[in-house]
Design a protein around this ligand. Sequence first.
Ligand SMILES: Nc1ncnc2c1ncn2[C@@H]1O[C@H](COP(=O)(O)OP(=O)(O)OP(=O)(O)O)[C@@H](O)[C@H]1O
Ligand SMILES: [Mg+2]
Length: 511
Amino acid sequence: MISIKNTKDKILELKNITKVFPGVKAVDDVSFEVNAGEVHALVGENGAGKSTLMKVMAGIHIPEKGNIIYNGEKVKFKNPLDAKKKGIILIHQELSLVPKMTVAENILLGSLPNKKGGRIDWKELHKKAEEAIEKLGCQFKPKDLVEDLTIAHQQMVEIARAISYDAKVVIFDEPTASLTQEEVEVLYKNIELLKEQGLGIIYISHKLNEIFEVSDKITVLRDGKLVDTLDTDKTDEPEITKKMIGRDIEDFFDSKKITEYGEEVIRVENLSRKDEFQNINFNIKKGEVLGLYGLLGAGRTEIAETIFGINKPDSGKIYFKGQEANINNSKKAVKLGIGLVPESRKEQGLVLGMSTLDNISLAKIPYAHNYGFIKNAEVKAIFNKYRDRLSISTTGPKQKVMNLSGGNQQKIVIGKWLCLNPDLIILDEPTRGIDVGSKAEIHNLIAELAETGMAVLVISSEIPEILAVSHRIITMHQGDQTDVFTDEEVTEEKLIKSITSHAKTEEMCKV
Ligand SMILES: Nc1ncnc2c1ncn2[C@@H]1O[C@H](COP(=O)(O)OP(=O)(O)OP(=O)(O)O)[C@@H](O)[C@H]1O
Ligand SMILES: [Mg+2]
C-alpha cells in the first residue's frame, strides 16, 4: 500500500494512451494525470472518449498504446481488480449495484469478510458497512435492500464502497445526472472530504456549472483527442465550451416556435395515485409543449408512467383525443398513440445487447414487415433518417447499443419513439447525460415535433431547459400540483418559488 506524501503528489499518470474499438479510435494519444488532494474534471461532447479513458485507468479496457504510471512506477492493469487493488475506483455513469442485495453486501462485494472455515462473517460485514455509511453521514441502514433506495442513495452506496476499498483515486462518471440540488450539495461535501484525505478525484460531467464549482483542473477531450488541460480558476465556461465543440453555441433560450394549437390531445382530471401524486389536472393540445417542472421525487415520473399505462391511477380520469381512456397497460398506450422516452434508459428504453439499428426500429418493426419478413430496406431507411436527424454518432447500424456513449444511447431511445409518430410524446429528462451541443439539437427537435402537430409533455429538473422548450409549465412539489404558468408570465424566480415555497424542510442526509 502506498502512503501519499504531500497533497500535490502525482498519484497516477496516463501517458499517450490510445484505445481503439472496431471502427473508432475512442481515445487517441491522450495524456492525463491525477494528483493527490485535487479534483480533475474531464469534459467533452458525447462520444469524445471520456468514459473510455477512465475505463483504461480502471483496468476495464486495455489500451493498444501508452503507459500507466502509478506512484512513479510503470504498471499494467490486466483487469479491473488490478486497478482496484491500487485503490482506483470508478463510479460508473450507470450505477453498477446489485439491486436484490443489501447495502452492506453491495459495499463489500468482492471483499466479503470471512470467518474461519470460509463462511461469511455477517457481523463484521455489517460493522464495516456501517462505518463506511457513517463517514458519509447517510441515513440508510446496512441491511436495507439497494432496490428500495433512491438513485441518490444508491450512488452513496457506491461511494461508501469506494471508501471501504481504501481508495486512492475515485472517478465519478456523470455523478449528478439523477440527483436533486440538495443531493448534489451532499455529493460535493463528500468529494471535499475525499480530497482532504488526499485522494485524487476525477469528475466527468456535462454540466459546466458543476465543473467550475468542484474542480481544480479541467481537461477537454474532443473526438478522442486531448484538446487542453487548464487550471479552473484561469478559464471560464465560454472558453471550455468552445474547446469542447470547436465553435460558439447559441443559448438555448426559446427554441420553441409560436404556434396555433389544434385540438386537445390529452386531458387529465383529478388524477391521483396514493403516496405518489394527488389531484393532477392539465391538458395538452396538438402543437403544444407542456413542461412539467419540479425536483426529483416530486411525482413527475410517476404521472408519466400512469399516463403510459405502467401504473394504474387510484382515482381521476384521462381523456385521450376526446374519449375517456382506460390505459391499463403500455401496449394500449402505444396503440392509442402515446410514446414515452423514460428517465432511465438502461432499464426501460433499450435492449443493450442488440444493435443500434434494431433498437431504433424496435417499436416500428411490427409495421415494417411483409408477410412475416422484416423489410430490411425499410428498417435501414428508418435508421438512417433518425441517425441523421438526431446526429447519433455510431460506427454503423450493427454497433451494439451497449458500446455507444451514454448520450448517444439517449438519442437512440428518442429515435425509437419518433419512428411511431405518436400523437402525444412524453419526454422524461430528455437531455440527461447529453452534451451542450446536442442539447440544443434536442430542444430544436422538440419544437419541430410540436410544429408537426404532436402534443409534447417534457419533464425536466433543469430550469433553462424547461423555459426553452415549454409553451406552458406546470410545477409540482411532493406530489402536489402547485402552479401553472404561461410562457409570457413565467420567470426563473417564479419557478423556483413555486417548487420550494410549499416545501417542507426534509433533510435526506445529514451533512
Ligand atoms: N465497448 C465499446 N465497443 C465499441 N465502441 C465503443 C465501446 N465503448 C465506447 N465505444 C465508442 O467509443 C467512443 C467514445 O465513447 P465514450 O463512451 O468514451 O464517450 P463519452 O465521452 O463517455 O461520451 P458520453 O458523454 O456520451 O458518455 C464512442 O464512439 C463509442 O461509441
Ligand atoms: Mg460517458
